[in-house]
Design a protein around this ligand. Structure first.
Ligand code: UDP
Length: 239
């Protein structure tokens, strides 16, 4: 959504990378990839490569952040300097703080935080390669890392986006579609209940387009959820 220049991104009903409107980019999931984390997950989603590490429930530092009635869930999202074609300046910035916050908020709604007062559950996300939709991939990976760490949760969150390109509502924008499209709607959803824990929007949808976008996300999230469960099962059948 950084450029208003009109680009042809749909030809004969197909997108630039050959996908249908309701198709997500290829996804690969592996759980338990890090020896030194309590739980971890690696997700490849299109050209995105994201790793998440989970810890806790554990003592809270700094102490003033602790809550006497519940655990706090913290997320630290970071993009590696080499994750994008133009080197990303290392360290936190406004965008990574925002993404960290929306992911922690979304995860807080899923973790049974009241069971672990005065503790912290931490998730660290490292984006190794970025190509649109990293917050969705990061949320999916974080949710898997928490599950791998054995943190009791209501369900697994799937991050998935839909957007608008050349006036058409499509699922899971790729990099060019994200740059030249008209709207992007990243969502965090628990597909079993349909509960939505994250929703952001960039650009403009009509009410009908918004409903269509959410419909596409809801449908796709069920398949992604199955892949997540399969990855977790693989991990625990190997031990
Ligand atoms: N991006 C980049 N440099 C940056 C931040 C982002 O090249 O410093 C790219 C990256 O590919 C990212 C995309 O821009 O995936 C879209 O970023 P946005 O803030 O919309 O978040 P995302 O779509 O990754 O959740």
């Amino acid at each position: 959504m950084i450029d208003m220049e009109e680009r042809i991104m749909i030809e004969n009903g197909t997108r630039l990378d050959g996908r249908r409107f309701d198709e997500v980019r290829p996804i690969k999931i592996e759980v338990g990839v890090l020896r030194n984390a309590v739980g971890s997950a690696y997700v490849e989603w299109g050209k995105n490569k994201v790793i998440a590490a989970a810890f806790g429930p554990r003592e809270v530092h700094p102490r003033h952040q602790q809550s006497p009635i519940k655990a706090i869930v913290r997320c630290n999202y970071n993009m590696a300097a080499f994750s994008v074609p133009d080197r990303k300046r290392p360290g936190p910035d406004r965008r990574s703080s925002e993404i960290s916050k929306v992911i922690s908020d979304a995860l807080t709604g899923q973790v049974f935080v009241e069971r672990f007062p005065r503790t912290a559950v931490d998730v660290f996300v490292e984006v190794l390669e970025a190509s649109a939709g990293t917050r969705c991939v990061a949320l999916t990976a974080s949710s898997l890392a928490l599950a791998d760490a054995g943190i009791p949760m209501r369900g697994l969150l799937v991050g998935c986006a839909a957007g608008k390109i050349n006036g058409e509502v499509v699922l899971d924008l790729g990099k060019e579609e994200d740059n030249y499209g008209e709207a992007d709607l990243p969502v965090g959803i628990e597909p079993m209940t349909g509960e939505i824990s994250l929703m952001q929007m960039d650009g403009h949808f009509t009410r009908e387009e918004f409903d269509k976008a959410l419909g596409l996300i809801t449908e796709a999230s069920k398949g992604i959820h199955e892949m997540m469960i399969e990855a977790l099962k693989r991990r625990y059948s190997e031990v």
